[in-house]
Write a protein that binds this ligand. Structure first.
Ligand SMILES: *[C@@H]1O[C@H](CO)[C@@H](O)[C@H](O)[C@H]1NC(C)=O
Length: 265
């Protein structure tokens, strides 16, 4: 008996060692989220607003780790080492969603450069910060560099366009998208193998069109960018529906969308 159980212990150690070779894909991927306040868990103490990231786990079958932080742009998230923090966590087979845009506008050349504005353009143009003289790159540069780091680790990347602001503000429906929506699509395409794109902006736009003026305005209790928890949940539902429908092509999240999710457009 003793001999047998010792053998069993030895065998199970051997199996454990075999089961975790370095580049083996995880049986269950983890989805990491990189983004700003519209994705982050809200810091608002009164619970009036929230980001959509915390709601995503309701609509997918795999764990979600939300690394979004309020106030960040692709540039500041990069410069603060936040993309690197995720790179240090991802394992082969994991999925990283990158969604920025709300804080990426403005001019880095100005003396009051806020450390968030990207250099305008879509390629390898550079700007010089009017505040500290540092080199500033484009939105696409920051997103593509991060994506390539994750892909090199065996992960896959979903570049997601930013959520819209209140598209029914003032009572009429707007469909115009900020330039970062197209930038995100281009970045996803340019990274190539291992990267994909989902137009989260378009998905939420579709949901707001269906919801209408009063329903959409009710989701914005404070300003035209940050939604109520119900609005954040709707953004997560719209994201999951876009993934399921392969709105802008197949993403690696598609196999992990829950059956029976709500249809919001
Ligand atoms: C994503 O796909 C939808 C549906 O075809 C389309 O309306 C939208 O323009 C696409 N987004 C981009 C940025 O190409």
């Amino acid at each position: 008996m003793k001999f047998t159980s010792e053998l069993c212990v030895a065998a199970s150690f051997a199996l454990t060692a075999l089961a975790i070779p370095v580049m083996e894909k995880r049986a269950t991927p983890t989805i990491y989220l990189a983004g700003d306040s519209t994705m982050a868990k809200s810091g608002a103490n009164d619970g009036s607003t929230d980001g959509w990231g915390p709601y995503l786990s309701r609509y997918v079958t795999v764990p979600v780790v939300n690394k979004a932080i309020g106030g960040r742009s692709a540039r500041s998230y990069s410069n603060e080492g936040r993309f690197t923090e995720i790179a240090n966590l991802v394992k082969s087979g994991d999925i990283v969603v990158i969604e920025f845009g709300h804080n990426d506008g403005g001019s880095p050349n100005s003396a009051s450069d806020n450390g968030r504005s990207d250099c305008p353009g879509t390629g390898e143009e550079t700007c010089t910060s009017g505040k500290d003289g540092s080199t500033v790159y484009t939105f696409g540069h920051y997103v593509k560099a991060a994506a390539k780091t994750y892909i090199a680790k065996g992960a896959t990347v979903v570049v997601s366009s930013q959520t819209p602001n209140n598209l029914w503000e003032g009572g009429s429906f707007s469909t115009s998208a900020p330039r970062f929506v197209a930038y995100a699509a281009q970045a996803g395409k340019e990274v190539g193998s291992g990267a994909s794109f989902v137009d989260h902006f378009q998905a939420v736009l579709n949901a707001y069109r269906k919801l209408g003026n009063a329903g959409t305005n009710a989701l914005y209790p404070k300003d035209h960018t940050h939604t109520s928890p119900a609005g954040a949940d709707l953004s997560a539902q719209a994201f999951a529906q876009a993934i399921k429908l392969k709105l802008n092509g197949t993403t690696p999240i598609a196999p992990y969308v829950e059956a029976g999710n709500p249809t919001v457009w």
